[in-house]
Structure formats: structure tokens, C-alpha cells
Design a protein around this ligand. Structure first.
Ligand code: G3P
Length: 215
């Protein structure tokens, strides 16, 4: 599983989000690799209209239809056709709202990719919330050039041991097929990445290389 988080990179929002999502779809069809995208809520409608690969939103709010001005409503996200949501990304930590956010996403029928900063948090979240995926991403490596798979393989191995049956994704600095291969060898089920794609001159080529790493 490869999930690319578009964050708010200029190359990956607005019209660029649609174009980039189409590239993901093209490579997914070409390679047969399970590739999904996580887009800004502002781009959800346009991306969902443009592609058939799984689309996640980057976060949701604890909100419902009605009196919730400005909120990202989980039920609406589901109704629009998104498959799920990232939750608690280190750039969008939910703090005391985490439990309520998980409950809201589950109630709406959204898959949850619950982000954790280390193996202890991954273990806690897996046990407490039973999300669809736990994604472990050491914050100090996010957006950097060194992949978590080489900088801190221990956090992956430890997380795999601690999350039990919940599939583990790993992220931070993941850039190429070798990183994906290493992640899987260490026991992860896939990767979550951003800048390796959003800053790439040729995202399709990078995606093909990442997809090859799954084999
Ligand atoms: O959600 C993915 C992310 O935080 C990792 O970012 O740029 O290190 O791939 P990046």
C-alpha cells in the first residue's frame, strides 16, 4: 500500500491536486499497485470526480450536518466518496480531540489511517482505537532527505511488534523503491509519503519506482 499525502504543497493543491491524482491513477493502473492519495478537504470534490483510485482526506472534524460552520464533516466526506481519513498527522495533532475524532470517522464509515510519532504511541493507538492502519512517522524525519527506513529501522521493527494485527504504514523521508522494499522487509504493510512526490520533477517515474518496491 502506498499513500501519498498531498499536504498543502503548491504542486499538490487546486488544479495541481487533480493533475497529480491523475498521475497516481495512471501509475496504479499501469503497475497494478495499490496507490491512494490523501488530499486537502478543499480539493476532495474535484479529485474524487477525476479519479477512481482510493482518495483519503487529510483530516476531519468532530462535526455533523447542521450547525458546524467551517468544519470538515465526516459524513459528508463519506457521502462524497472518500474512502477514509488520515488522523492525528504530526502536522495536525488532535490532542484531546483524538478519541472523539476516531469515533466520528468510524461512525461515518471512513477508514482511519491513524498517525503516531513513535512505536509506543503506535502501540497505544492500535490497542485503544483499532484503526484500519497505524502510520508511524518520526516527526524529525518528515520532509527530510533521509528515509525512516535507513535512519531509524528500529522504530519500524518495534512498531510492527507492538501494533499486533493492525497493519502498519511507515513514513518520513520515504523517496524510492528501495525504501519501500526495506519498509516491507521490516514488517510494514506500506508507506505514507509526501515530499518525495510533491517535490519530484517527474512524479510518475518516482511512483513507478515506489510501486516496484512493493514486489
Ligand atoms: O504524511 C506523510 C509525511 O508526513 C511524510 O512526509 O515529506 O517526509 O514524505 P515526507
Amino acid at each position: 500500500m502506498i499513500i501519498v499525502n498531498f499536504k498543502t504543497y503548491e504542486t499538490a493543491v487546486g488544479e495541481n491536486a487533480v493533475a497529480l491524482a491523475k498521475i497516481h491513477e495512471m501509475v496504479a493502473e499501469e503497475t497494478g499497485a495499490p496507490i491512494a492519495v490523501a488530499v486537502n478537504a478543499l480539493d476532495l470534490a474535484a479529485v474524487l470526480k477525476a479519479v477512481r483510485i482510493p482518495v483519503f482526506v487529510q483530516s476531519i472534524d468532530v462535526a455533523g450536518f447542521g450547525s458546524c460552520t467551517g468544519s470538515i464533516v465526516p459524513e459528508l466526506v463519506k457521502k462524497m466518496g472518500a474512502v477514509g481519513t488520515l488522523l492525528n498527522h504530526s502536522e495536525k495533532r488532535l490532542g484531546e480531540n483524538l478519541a472523539k475524532s476516531v469515533a466520528a470517522a468510524k461512525a461515518a464509515g471512513l477508514q482511519i489511517v491513524l498517525c503516531a510519532e513513535d512505536d509506543d504511541e503506535a502501540a497505544k493507538f492500535a490497542a485503544e482505537f483499532e484503526p484500519d492502519f497505524v502510520a508511524v512517522e518520526p516527526p524529525e524525519l518528515i520532509g527530510g532527505d533521509i528515509s525512516v527506513t535507513s535512519a531509524n529501522p528500529a522504530v519500524i521493527e518495534d512498531s510492527v511488534k507492538k501494533v499486533g494485527a493492525i497493519p502498519l504504514l511507515v513514513g518520513a523521508g520515504v523517496k524510492n523503491g528501495e525504501d519501500v522494499k526495506t519498509a516491507l522487509k521490516l514488517g510494514a504493510k506500506g508507506v505514507l509519503l509526501a515530499s518525495g512526490i510533491t517535490k519530484a520533477e517527474n512524479p510518475a517515474a518516482v511512483l513507478r519506482d515506489l510501486a516496484a518496491g512493493l514486489n
